[in-house]
Design a binder for this molecule. Structure first.
Ligand code: F6R
Length: 243
């Protein structure tokens, strides 16, 4: 596991964008795994800038997102499909049909779970995956607990995650209690993984991961310790509790 510490979120974003840019330039037909949340927004801004100013070409790139809230349709401004369109896809030259986000609508969610992992594998598998981390150490929406799903499935969100994500909604009552999430097994199949973390609320989870190399379902991010190609890019605040 490679760890890079940067001064702030902007530098974290640039470093992560460098890795994504290199992947896209070396392999224009690459398959990228993408995340939502506040952390990757800076990296997406960088990639948009590089598309506009340096011609970074997404025309043959395919993407798969990690997760989607259950019950939100793609036009709901709080859905992750909407987020991805707003924060990245609408600003680059990726064909929208090359972008995949699990389908959150109640009548489509179950079938979406069933086909998501096989779709990824049939297309050749994710070459480069970006991950954020929850303050409780979750990865995608794989929440700490007695067991973690291996495959893409419908999961319950913990109160901690509901509270963390309430900042994107008008009130905490509007935050969905369930989501579709790629499983730990689905995520670990990616060839390369880049985890980005910024801010002091991520410091306890990053410290648990890096201070003691153990793997536990109560710290989902710790499964990354078993992967052969993980780069963690943190800012100083997120790294502040590492011994
Ligand atoms: C989002 C996702 C989540 C977030 C995590 C951190 O697709 O998978 O695991 O990465 O909750 O979110 P932020 O970046 O908002 O702190």
């Amino acid at each position: 596991m490679k760890v890079i510490v940067k001064n702030n979120h902007k530098e974290v974003s640039k470093e992560a964008a460098d890795i994504f840019e290199m992947e896209i330039r070396n392999n224009p037909k690459t398959i990228l795994g993408l995340a939502t949340g506040s952390t990757p927004i800076g990296m997406y801004k960088e990639l948009i800038k590089r598309h506009n100013e340096e011609g970074l070409d997404f025309s043959s790139v395919t993407t798969f997102n990690l997760d989607e809230y259950l019950g939100l349709d793609p036009n709901n401004p709080n859905s992750y499909r909407y987020f991805m369109n707003q924060e990245l896809f609408n600003h680059i030259n990726i064909p929208i049909e090359n972008t995949h986000v699990p389908l959150g609508e109640e009548d489509k969610a179950e079938i979406s779970c069933k086909v998501y992992d096989s779709m990824i594998q049939e297309m050749g598998g994710i070459k480069l995956q970006v991950l954020g981390i929850g303050s409780n150490g979750h990865i995608a929406f794989n929440e700490p607990g007695e067991r973690l799903s291996a495959n893409t499935s419908i999961v319950d969100l913990t109160n901690e995650t509901i509270q963390d994500n309430a900042r994107f909604f008008d009130s905490i009552d509007e935050v969905p209690k369930k989501a579709i999430s790629m499983g730990m097994g689905s995520i670990l199949k990616a060839e390369k993984i880049v985890l980005i973390a910024s801010g002091e609320n991520k410091a306890p989870a990053i410290a648990k991961l890096l201070n003691e190399p153990y793997i536990s379902t109560y710290l989902p991010v710790s499964f990354l310790l078993a992967h052969k190609d993980v780069t963690i890019i943190c800012d100083e605040d997120a790294y502040s509790l590492v011994k």
